[in-house]
Ligand binder design. Sequence first.
Ligand SMILES: Cc1cc2nc3c(=O)[nH]c(=O)nc-3n(C[C@H](O)[C@H](O)[C@H](O)COP(=O)(O)OP(=O)(O)OC[C@H]3O[C@@H](n4cnc5c(N)ncnc54)[C@H](O)[C@@H]3O)c2cc1C
Length: 383
Amino acid sequence: MDFELNEEQRMYRAAVRDFVDNELGPYAAEVDETKDLRWEAIAKMPTLGLTGLQVPEEYGGANLDSVSAAIAIEEVSRACGSTGLALAAHNGLCCGPLVNWGTDTQKEAYLPTLTSGDVLGSLALTEPNAGSDLVNGVRTRAVRDDDCWVINGEKTWITNATSTPIVITLARTDPDAEKRSRGLSMIIVETDTPGLTVEPPIPKMGVRGSHSCPLSYVDVKVPVDNLLGEEGRGIYQALTTLDAGRISIAACCVGLAQAALDATVRYIDERQTFGKKLWEHQAVQMRLADMATQVEASRVMLYYAAWQKDTGKDYNKIAGMAKLLASEVSEKAAYDAIQLHGGYGYSAEFPVERIYRDQRLMTIGEGANDILRMVIARRVMGH
Ligand SMILES: Cc1cc2nc3c(=O)[nH]c(=O)nc-3n(C[C@H](O)[C@H](O)[C@H](O)COP(=O)(O)OP(=O)(O)OC[C@H]3O[C@@H](n4cnc5c(N)ncnc54)[C@H](O)[C@@H]3O)c2cc1C
């Protein structure tokens, strides 16, 4: 593997690390408890490019390479899982499609606001009856009426929906398309459009500072020019966006796993049993060594997938693998962290309890791991 972090990437990591250790880490428990992000920290993020990681500079972004973008999400997630997820969705799911397929007018209209640090953006794919199977499941319908699209339907689990100025919405524009996958398109919907209702956030197990909301569309009218990219290319756009999104989710996992490891190292160096520090027991060392090795392996895979994306090669398989590995490593790391904390690990007074709840999402969101395994297996078989 011909890859190592360059000086610029290392410096960027140091700057983000310093910022998150001051502005996010000390407030992560509060974010979880109050179920809201620390907006005063988000307002400061544009100086580090965190609210426009891969957005061109002319629209207020940092135009970073994918490895630096992954490092940013990893570091933010290490400090605060909720903020990590919210930023991953904002950058990857909302800014990403606009940068990739937006017209100059659409980019000028929305990207400067999205990178400002005042808002975080959303992408709405999932519906009450459509998650893994978007092609067949999506029922949200957009009908052409003169110079408008009229949208009716429901979406659910939409990250950042309470703070976004726009929701990029996957809707069925041609129910009779010969190939079902060609019947869907992405449409930009401004959140204050009459008929669009953002329901209150769904109460959830972890990443509680990040809001996930149901949306309802009743005769929502948007100009035809709000179509993002070509009509009928919505599934292609969704899958391309999710490939990049898997690198972001892998970055969230590596950050959370590292946070679990760091907390464990601190704890086992203090707690004593049977006359020794916990880490001095050989069985604890075995567990610690496995944990540290797996976290490092998932980080290498993450950076490799991000690097592969920057080379312009097909990165679908490696991004899926990075997300699969990192999400299962973070699950195990958080489990082991609680185990090594004993009863204290089960208490909300220690961060590992929150980290365990936060990371649990990662084997489900942006492609459930079972689906990823199918995708990877097909690629391995050459399909
Ligand atoms: C906190 C959170 C934030 C989210 N944010 C967003 C967002 O911003 N935008 C958005 O559009 N969506 C979002 N989602 C939705 C998320 O992407 C979906 O939950 C995910 O894609 C899985 O879809 P589903 O929940 O409908 O599960 P289903 O598709 O119903 O699947 C349920 C489970 O069955 C298994 N399964 C399904 N099909 C198969 C198969 N063929 N073979 C084997 N196993 C299978 C998988 O384990 C899967 O987890 C979010 C979800 C959560 C929980």
